[in-house]
Design a protein around this ligand. Structure first.
Ligand code: TYD
Ligand code: MG
Length: 456
């Protein structure tokens, strides 16, 4: 009898070792190595070639037809855009997100829409058929060719896929699925890797589009090995504040489209609804004549979105000054505060400062620097900003306002939403069509902006 080989695999990063180690030498986490039984290799050398799918000769690139696989449009324009213009048949899409954020709801709705013209197989390892049915009823999804399969065994799921021959399949979630031939626990790194590899095989060989739900860890990354994200074609994150109704679907990897594209949804009684004019929702709760508030135009993927950024600067009561950010990058804020100290003469080191991007959105783009700086100055000096001003520009370390990309679409969005003035970097001025309904003010330095906005 062949000896059973075991190895120790880090559950955080997938590092494997032949002996137990208390600390993973690869990622440095403690007690993360778990003993796993290795799969036995194929009995005869070369046997795999006989069993595996037929050999196909490499193709000339000129022979590959583009017309073969037209994208499938879902009924959701937001999802279509995030996917880069619809679903690519035979692709593998991973959706990660916090529990309760609406991953199952989104996929149930998409499945329902697709089931009117395509065959859909919805595999759930988390809910029973009855629970899924209840949800489907609530979401009023169509049932024409909608197959349910509450199962976690990968062998059976593969059998079902061959049996039903769906065009579109949902796996909810990869962490609950199990390859019975493997001796390791459900949800372990090696299980997730194996299950995903099998799903990829299924997607590519049968031409089935598979959406995989992935749980996320406390840190916000998809649970399982990092390689998971490399294996699939597209990685989407569904995020948002559980206390807000708005949900943001973000592409972080996409083999068939641009990343950082976002889709915005609102969670309602009867499921997720598209938000067609996102700038409006990120501005709707803005107070007129408030201090510490400014509107920035951030480019999310191909689409500019106007968002209110807020600062609150107050004297530190005791000890070290505190800085807290929500939806904004901590380092970016620190840098802007340092520039304000040095170039605009603000004394911020003995001030607590809190920052927030409104509506639960996450902003990380240099073009929001100028607006953020204006909001800090406004709060520090207790001087209000004009509600009809919008700010676009990256802040350099010498206090200069630097050029940003796609200025025309940002300014157009501000004009569309009725802003009266928009401050833009001087270097971005000219060479494109200026809208007439908004005053475009080119600026060179931060101090120049502060003078124009606050009078000093
Ligand atoms: P769900 O899709 O189960 O989240 P996930 O699969 O990401 O864990 O969403 C659950 C939440 O959504 C739950 O708090 C209830 C809410 N919800 C609605 O508000 N309206 C609805 O129509 C549905 C189906 C869910
Ligand atoms: Mg779910």
């Amino acid at each position: 009898m062949a000896k059973i080989k075991t190895q120790y695999v880090c559950q955080k990063c997938g590092y494997s070792s032949s002996r137990y180690l208390g600390k993973c030498p690869n990622c440095g986490s403690w007690n993360s190595l778990v003993e796993e039984v290795q799969q036995s290799a194929a009995s005869k050398p070369g046997a795999w070639l006989a069993n595996s799918a037929k050999y196909q000769r490499p193709q000339l690139i000129s022979e590959v037809s583009l017309q073969q696989n037209p994208r499938i449009q879902t009924a959701s324009p937001e999802l279509n855009r995030v996917l880069g213009g619809g679903i690519v048949p035979g692709s593998l899409v991973l959706i990660g997100g916090d529990p309760g954020i609406g991953k199952s709801t989104l996929l149930m709705q998409v499945s329902g829409q697709l089931a009117s013209s395509k065959k859909v197989l919805y595999v759930s390892g988390e809910e029973s058929a009855l629970q899924i049915k209840l949800r489907a009823k609530r979401l009023a999804v169509s049932h024409d060719q909608f197959y349910l399969y509450p199962e976690t065994n990968m062998q059976l799921i593969k059998k079902a896929a061959v049996d039903v021959r769906p065009d579109f399949m949902v796996i909810d979630s990869v962490q609950t699925m199990q390859e019975p031939d493997m001796q390791t626990a459900v949800g372990s790194v090696s299980q997730i890797r194996e299950v995903t590899a099998e799903l990829m095989q299924l997607a590519k060989s049968q031409g089935i589009t598979i959406f995989i739900v992935g749980h996320v860890t406390k840190g916000g990354a998809i649970a399982g090995p990092k390689i998971l994200e490399h294996m699939v074609d597209t990685v989407l994150y569904f995020e948002g504040d559980l206390h807000h109704a708005y949900r943001i679907l973000r592409a972080v990897k996409n083999r068939f489209g641009s990343t950082n594209e976002i889709g915005i949804f609102e969670m309602k009684e009867n499921g997720l609804q598209e938000v067609l004019n996102p700038s409006e929702i990120f501005l709707e709760e803005r107070l007129k004549g408030a201090t510490g508030s400014a509107v920035v135009a951030s480019l999310e993927g191909t689409r500019p979105i106007l968002v209110e950024v807020q600062s609150l600067v107050t004297p530190t009561a005791f000890g070290n000054a505190k800085r807290t950010t929500t939806g904004l990058d901590h380092n970016r804020v620190s840098l802007i505060m340092a520039v304000l100290e040095k170039r605009a003469g603000l004394l911020l080191q003995n001030q607590d400062a809190y920052f927030k991007a409104a509506g639960g959105v996450k902003l990380d783009e240099p073009a929001i620097d100028l607006g953020l700086a204006v909001s800090i100055v406004s709060s520090y000096r207790d001087q209000e900003t004009q509600a009809s001003d919008c700010f676009i520009g990256e802040l350099g370390l010498t206090g200069e306002i630097r050029r940003v990309n796609r200025i025309d679409s940002r300014v157009a969005e501000a004009a569309k939403l009725g802003f009266k003035r928009v401050f833009i970097p001087k270097n971005n001025f000219g060479g494109w069509q200026l809208p007439t309904e908004i005053k475009v003010i080119p600026v060179v330095t931060l101090n120049q902006v502060l003078k124009l906005v606050f009078g000093k």
